[in-house]
Ligand binder design. Sequence first.
Ligand SMILES: NC(=O)c1ccc[n+]([C@@H]2O[C@H](COP(=O)([O-])OP(=O)(O)OC[C@H]3O[C@@H](n4cnc5c(N)ncnc54)[C@H](OP(=O)(O)O)[C@@H]3O)[C@@H](O)[C@H]2O)c1
Length: 246
Amino acid sequence: MGKQRFLISGGQGKLAKYLQEELSKNNQFQFFAPTRSEMDVRSFDIIDKTIRIFRPHYFIHCAAKTRPMAQHEINPIDSILDNIIGTANVVNACISHKIKLIYTSTDYVYAGNLPISSSSTYDENSPLLPCNNYGWSKLGGECAVHMYKNSLILRLAMADYPWEHGDAFTNDKKNWIYDKDVSPIIVKLRDEIGIINIGSPPVSSYEFASKTEVVKPIQIEDVKNVTLCVNTSMNLERMKHGLIKR
Ligand SMILES: NC(=O)c1ccc[n+]([C@@H]2O[C@H](COP(=O)([O-])OP(=O)(O)OC[C@H]3O[C@@H](n4cnc5c(N)ncnc54)[C@H](OP(=O)(O)O)[C@@H]3O)[C@@H](O)[C@H]2O)c1
């Protein structure tokens, strides 16, 4: 059997770099992770040309406008171009070339307003209602991906490793997982289809960050320029089942 080829968009991004590290461990894998200047997903033609040259079996779509979250409120045009139109271009290219598409979405597509004391969780079929423009831009991308059946949408509750802020919320709840730990999960789940929530058991940001860093405790209300989700706790059964199979 020939090597499995992976095309990773947004190759200079943090998760994309961890994915390259992970894929390098297996000599049956080949990857190409073009930078934004090499493959801007705003251009269908560039994506199409890159696919024709590299001929990937999998397209892992990591390119996105991400942080700071407030920028999506200030300049929604760029969020729409990169995260919604860019993702639609990627989907159309994957459909044309019959390539498996893996899309890195977010827990921010859920409303994230579960009471902190509640043990309720969002599963992959729960209603979606993003609380801010970043969430809407990633959900906009999901809409296109969902229309292509040979796809996998991963809803990540991902943090950059190491914790990059000097502080963390004590009064939120989320399935935090570091980007370095997400990359092996993505590789293992590559042949799944549909939607899968990805994370660790839900805790506050402070509890999660304090495991590895010294951080200052703050409250979610201390952030003024963007609405943040309070509790996006997700059901992780699909992820666990997918990983057991591997
Ligand atoms: N980090 C999180 O907390 C988190 C949580 C859940 C989901 N996600 C998703 O996971 C994925 C990876 O996140 P990350 O933390 O690795 O983000 P990141 O470090 O910001 O990487 C994203 C990369 O995409 C590039 N990019 C932006 N627009 C592009 C375009 N039009 N064409 C090509 N490349 C473009 C960026 O380049 P420039 O820097 O030049 O713009 C950057 O290199 C994203 O889809 C993100 O939405 C992230």
